[in-house]
Design a protein around this ligand. Structure first.
Ligand code: ADP
Length: 608
């Protein structure tokens, strides 16, 4: 079956309708003309037959008055004899071929009957013999004709028959001509109609095509579309509804997009990984952290986590209605706490949520805290043991030797100081983690601070016969800083330099300007630091273990450099360590010079 598109169907339907109507009209017109013509011919024939009757009656009357011979009173015989003359007269009055027949139905004018069929007028005369006029439409020699027969009467007796044959060839050819004209006109009309319908169909179809085009755009995800249609009709209504619909969809999409973005940003801003699953294990929601933790981005099902069987185990347990589940796993050098819980939804299937929390830092902190407690206990215990040992000895032995007494007291004093320093460091470190740690900044001279610290630490150095030199570029600008904290920072650095230098060593302290920073460098020629340890030594409580043994009696709790770094950070500075094992260490602190030199008004900054 041929498939026609909508436009072609409109064209085809119009033309089909036109053809039917035109054929009907043509048929009716031709038939109408035909029957009207036939009717007229019939009435003419009747008229002629009446005239013939009249003429015969008159002739009989006249011939009756002048009757002179035998048979003159026999109308039938008279008719036979008068028929040639009558035939001629009647022929002149009629349009067809006139023939007269005697009362027995024999032709009187047989000369006219050439080329006539066998049955010529037989039926008609038979009908006429019953006194009626007979009219038939006949066809012979490829031509239509009307055969007409009428009885001729005298005193109620049939004396003969009048027949006339009217050929319709001319009428037929006229009708053919009319038909040709009509067909030509019809064809012209067909062509015009075709062109017009084609054009109109295109016009009608255009909005539908526009609708289709725009629907495709919508199908491709572009809802920001609008159809222009200027008429207020059915298509206008459709386009209006369509435009309204796309606008609504657009609004809804924008709204959903907004909500999705909000929802996405909430998920993204979560500090925990999140995985929401349906009953089948399809992922309903997830966030970026999952990729960080498990290396799986945009998971579609729980089974995308190929290497994380623990997630599937939690999912299975949740599916088996085990309620809230929490589990700790180690994965990619992280300690992760997995918390699974069902999401109950009214009248709907249960979904599940797994929260993945990175507790590496917590666990690390706990470990460090543990380490710190044992380290601090050890550090506190060492001087306390010494102090108790000495005091016990002094008490027991009743020491009188002034030298021994002096040495013992000085050891007790030294250990007491060590305890105080340790407790000070601990206090500072604990304050660093609280809001209490404040940096009171004012314009300070680093040269002044360092000179004071070096003087103070020289005394300490002498105990190990260590010489500390101090050199500073002249006229260095002040910086913005906390005098006490900065002093504490340099004390820690120089103290380390002394601690990790051999007896009789040298320490150089140099202050200089580099671009817009002041650089304080403390250089020692001691044990040096292993490159692997360089980053770690700034962590709180971190100590290089073997140093502890080597410097027994000098070690701290691993807080010195941690404090140094925190104080440098608070002053927007940074620290650089250059060191080689066995060659010594150089610790440089870079502190920024403010753009504008300022008054000495204190500025306070809280630890955040
Ligand atoms: P501690 O109180 O143990 O000295 P710090 O935080 O001050 O703790 O230092 C951490 C570690 O860094 C020390 O254990 C030590 O091994 C190393 N260190 C610090 N300064 C020096 C230095 N000048 N020379 C060699 N090692 C150093």
């Amino acid at each position: 079956m041929i498939h026609l598109d909508y436009r072609s169907r409109i064209v085809f339907f119009n033309l089909f309708l036109y053809t039917i109507v035109f054929a009907l009209v043509t048929f009716l017109a031709i038939q109408g003309i035909w029957y009207a013509s036939i009717k007229e011919i019939k009435s003419e024939l009747l008229e002629t037959s009446k005239n013939a009757q009249l003429m015969i009656e008159q002739s009989l009357t006249i011939s009756g008055e002048a009757a002179t011979g035998p048979g003159e009173n026999d109308p039938a015989a008279w008719f036979v004899s008068a028929s040639p003359r009558l035939g001629e007269i009647l022929e002149n009055y009629s349009t067809g071929t006139v023939n007269l027949y005697d009362a027995s139905g024999e032709p009187l004018t047989s000369s006219r009957l050439l080329n006539r069929p066998e049955n010529y007028m037989l039926e008609e005369i038979a009908t006429a013999s019953s006194g009626q006029d007979a009219v038939s439409l006949r066809r012979f020699n490829n031509e239509s004709a009307i055969w007409f027969a009428s009885p001729l009467l005298s005193n109620g007796q049939i004396i003969g028959y009048y027949t006339e044959e009217v050929k319709l060839g001319q009428l037929e050819s006229q009708l053919n001509l009319v038909l040709i004209f009509l067909l030509a006109a019809g064809f012209g009309g067909f062509i015009i109609l075709f062109i017009l319908t084609e054009h109109n169909a295109n016009e009608f179809i255009k909005p539908i095509k526009d609708l289709t085009k725009i629907s495709r755009e919508i199908d491709n995800g572009n809802y920001n579309v609008f159809i222009q249609y200027k008429y207020d009709d059915e298509i206008g209504d459709l386009t209006a509804v369509f435009n309204e619909m796309t606008a609504n969809i657009n609004n809804i999409i924008n709204q959903l997009q907004g909500e999705r973005e909000q929802y996405g940003s909430v998920l993204a801003s979560l500090d925990d990984g999140l995985l929401a699953l349906d009953q089948k294990g399809n992922v309903i929601a997830s966030n970026e952290l999952l990729k960080t933790y498990f290396g799986v981005s945009n998971p579609r099902t729980i089974y995308d986590f190929t290497y994380q069987s623990f997630l599937r185990d939690i999912f299975d347990s949740l599916r088996n209605s085990q309620g809230y589940i929490s589990e700790e796993v180690e994965c990619n050098n992280r300690v992760l706490l997995l918390m699974g819980s069902p999401i109950h939804r009214k009248d709907l299937e249960e979904n599940y949520m797994i929260i993945i929390r990175n507790i590496t830092a917590t666990r690390q902190f706990e470990r460090e805290q543990q380490k710190f407690i044992s380290s601090v206990s050890h550090e506190l215990r060492t001087p306390l043991t010494t102090i108790i040992g000495y005091t016990d000895m002094l008490r027991r032995r009743q020491v009188t030797d002034p030298n021994l007494l002096d040495n013992s007291l000085s050891t007790i004093n030294k250990e007491g100081h060590r305890l105080v320093r340790l407790v000070d460091d601990l206090l500072s470190a604990s304050r660093l983690d609280t809001l209490e740690f404040t940096v009171r900044k004012s314009s300070v001279s680093l040269e002044e601070i360092l000179r004071g610290v070096v003087d103070q630490m020289r005394v300490k150095g002498w105990q190990k016969e260590i010489e500390i030199s101090f050199k500073s570029e002249p006229d260095l600008p002040d910086i913005l800083g906390d005098y006490d904290r900065l002093s504490q920072m340099f004390i820690n650095i120089i103290h380390n330099a002394i601690k990790y230098s051999d007896k009789g060593g040298l320490i150089d302290v140099i202050l200089r300007q580099e671009d817009n920073e002041i650089v304080a460098t403390v250089r020692d020629y001691g044990t040096g630091i292993d490159p692997d340890q360089k980053q770690l030594i700034f962590s709180a409580f971190y100590r290089v273990e073997e140093d502890r043994a080597r410097n027994e009696g000098e070690g701290g709790a691993g807080l010195g450099l941690y404090l140094v770094k925190q104080i440098a950070d608070k002053h927007n500075g940074h620290i650089q360590i250059d060191s080689e094992v066995g060659e010594g260490t150089s610790v440089s602190v870079f502190l920024p010079i403010p753009d504008v030199q300022f008054n000495t008004d204190d500025e306070e900054e809280s630890h955040e």
